[in-house]
Design a binder for this molecule. Structure first.
Ligand code: SF4
Ligand code: SF4
Length: 246
């Protein structure tokens, strides 16, 4: 009997030790997590690496409103494009410019509406970054996306999207700075969601309007045609419908 009581006491003691060990592990884990969280510090070093390799930069209504308020929308128009993303969604973006030709290479056009697919330009510099002057040409009007970089918010969590950004780990970030950065990331998430909901609808409305205008223009042109020109057009269309020899 005595022996069995002793055994029970040992088991109870082992349970208590195991519980304490687990508690200790949990506390260590909690401290480690908090330390990791507390370790996020950032100060932009203005190295401009992100401007050199950002690829398509998403534009939001907030950006458009800011440009409208500052009267600079027209400056941005040549650089805007619609990006059909691989996941099927669409974004309004700054389209990166094709890279400058290397020595001896044929010159590629530096037209923002050139035919280079955006997928080939994902690693290219922002079109509004001046490499020679090493500066953003639109700093005061830069998009929200540039203001929150490299921190992003996905509706649940914050993520550092560029672990190679030299600003990460830089000392000098106050609690207020961190709070502001997190608020900006949240704001970007809200604005981007708003844009992603509206853009497909707007794009459909605009395409429809363009199609209608084109049809109207065609009909007007047809109504102004002389009988002779109309006969020539009929002849061309008839030939196009005829089966062609192999
Ligand atoms: S955000 Fe990072 S990569 Fe971009 S300029 Fe600042 S330090 Fe450099
Ligand atoms: S808009 Fe300015 S800050 Fe933003 S990526 Fe382009 S050059 Fe950099």
């Amino acid at each position: 009997m005595e022996e069995s009581n002793e055994k029970k006491e040992n088991i109870d003691e082992n349970e208590v030790i195991a519980e304490k060990e687990q508690e200790k592990e949990e506390t260590t884990e909690k401290i480690a997590t908090e330390e990791t969280k507390a370790k996020f510090t950032f100060k932009c070093t203005r190295c401009d690496n992100c401007c050199l390799t950002r690829g398509p930069i998403p534009i939001t209504f907030w950006d458009i409103e800011l440009w409208a308020k500052n009267g600079v929308v027209a400056n941005f128009l040549p650089y805007l494009d619609i990006y059909h993303k691989p996941d099927g969604g669409i974004d309004l973006i700054f389209k990166p410019l094709p890279p400058s030709p290397k020595e001896g290479e044929e010159k590629t056009p530096r037209d923002p509406f050139g035919n280079v697919p955006i997928e080939d330009l994902l690693e290219e510099k922002c079109p509004l970054y001046n490499k020679d002057q090493k500066q953003c040409l639109v700093y005061d009007n830069r998009p929200l996306s540039c203001r929150t970089y490299p921190l992003e918010f996905d509706g649940k969590n914050f993520t550092v999207v560029d672990v190679d950004c030299p600003g990460i780990g830089e000392e000098g970030m106050s609690k207020e700075d961190l709070k502001e950065m997190r608020e900006t990331a949240k704001h970007m998430f809200y604005e981007l969601t708003r844009m992603r909901i509206s853009l497909p609808v707007l794009s459909q409305i605009i395409s429809q309007k363009v199609m209608m205008d084109l049809m109207r223009q065609n009909m007007e042109a047809m109504s102004k045609m002389s009988d002779e020109d109309r006969a020539k057009l009929d002849e061309i269309l008839k030939k196009e419908k005829e089966p062609q020899p192999d």
